[in-house]
Design a protein around this ligand. Structure first.
Ligand SMILES: C[S@@+](CC[C@H](N)C(=O)[O-])C[C@H]1O[C@@H](n2cnc3c(N)ncnc32)[C@H](O)[C@@H]1O
Length: 333
């Protein structure tokens, strides 16, 4: 078997040639930051040297999904997801989720499978990814999955989300009633978003979602667009709603495999195919989310070390797990 890249694969690998155990992130940080050969990962980076246009970023992801089209299995179903975020299983009837950057459905699938009454809106900047996601959901044979899954294309870091998730008038009345910050609601004509799902056509909009999932998506967004992207997620959540976050952590094994010339920003790297990856420390996540108005509920590193039994090779994976809440009453500035 190949080396495990994602969490699900680590679990599978553990049962095969690898054994895994947790480790302390501070121990890894100490090693990296005191190794002179790794100093290029720590150096400051001159601003805005490698800024691609947003369409080039989306194009890179679309090409990525097209290349992996034949298997459609590049991202494995995240079977651990409901264990990490049990509220997705225990939430009330008719709860709604927005999965941002859904790829081929690795996160959408376990949510639809694990909770038969949830409706899931899923966006991606790549058309190709959405096609794969639709195919994978249809093939999964989950109860009423097709009727509960609403994919749509959008680059949330540039255009924001379609108006029908939270329309202007809902946003204004929520803002009045709940004393929420008015989050410059978008006009319908701003971008040609697809029509809302049939079930919502008679209503003015969905009225916001209960959960936003950002699972290995924010790291793909250029750092200078992240705050705006998170503010968009905040704007579509209902008051009290949760944002569930999982992404690459600082000094993850995959970061240490990037060559110095692949560095495009501080802790920001670009793969040869043009897709990018940022590596988060706890403070960077905290500042981004709390700076947008979220309340931090959970935030921690998840560190797993796997050792190949045959050759002794060690892999140290670092992920960040976070749970943030939109306040019930937001007193904006
Ligand atoms: C690493 S994949 C994660 C997919 C999925 N969330 C999962 O759990 O496996 C990142 C996804 O985000 C999408 N993406 C990247 N930038 C985006 C953006 N600005 N807006 C919407 N989707 C984006 C990519 O096309 C890709 O499918």
């Amino acid at each position: 078997m190949m080396e495990p890249r994602e969490e699900g694969e680590i679990i599978k690998a553990a049962a095969e040639n690898y054994y895994s155990k947790d480790f302390e992130w501070d121990q890894l940080r100490h090693e990296i930051e005191n190794d002179p050969s790794l100093v290029h990962y720590l150096l400051p980076f001159p601003q805005n040297q490698h800024t691609l246009s947003s369409s080039e970023d989306s194009e890179a992801w679309n090409n990525f999904h097209t290349r992996h089209n034949s298997t459609g299995k590049f991202f494995k179903e995240r079977r651990y997801l409901l264990k990490e975020f049990p509220e997705l299983a225990s939430c009330g009837e008719c709860s709604t989720v927005l999965e941002v950057g859904c790829g081929n459905g690795s996160t959408a699938l376990p949510i639809l499978r694990g909770n038969k009454s949830i409706s899931l809106y899923a966006c991606d900047c790549s058309k190709e990814a959405l096609e794969r996601a639709k195919e994978n959901i249809e093939a999964a044979n989950i109860i009423l999955a097709k009727e509960r899954f609403y994919p749509f294309q959008c680059d949330f870091s540039v255009s924001g989300f379609p108006n029908w998730l939270v329309c202007t008038s809902c946003c204004e009345s929520l803002s009045r009633k709940q004393n929420m910050r008015s989050l410059d609601a978008k006009s319908c004509s701003k971008q040609d978003f697809p029509d809302p799902p049939i079930s919502t056509k008679n209503d003015s909009c969905i009225g916001g979602v209960d959960f936003v999932t950002l699972i290995f998506t924010l790291s793909a967004v250029p750092l200078h667009r992240m705050s705006r992207a998170i503010a968009e997620c905040f704007s579509v959540l209902k008051p009290g709603g949760l944002l569930l976050f999982r992404d690459y952590g600082l000094y993850d094994m995959t970061m240490l495999r990037f060559e110095p010339e692949q560095r495009v920003g501080y802790r920001e790297y670009m793969r040869s195919d043009g897709t990018r990856s940022y590596f988060f420390c706890l403070d960077s996540v905290r500042n981004l989310f709390c700076g947008t108005g979220f309340t931090e509920l959970e935030l921690e590193y998840c560190c797993v070390q796997s050792v190949n039994r045959r050759n002794g090779k060690i892999m140290r994976r670092v992920w960040i797990h976070g749970k943030f809440q939109k306040p019930h009453v937001y007193v904006g500035s």
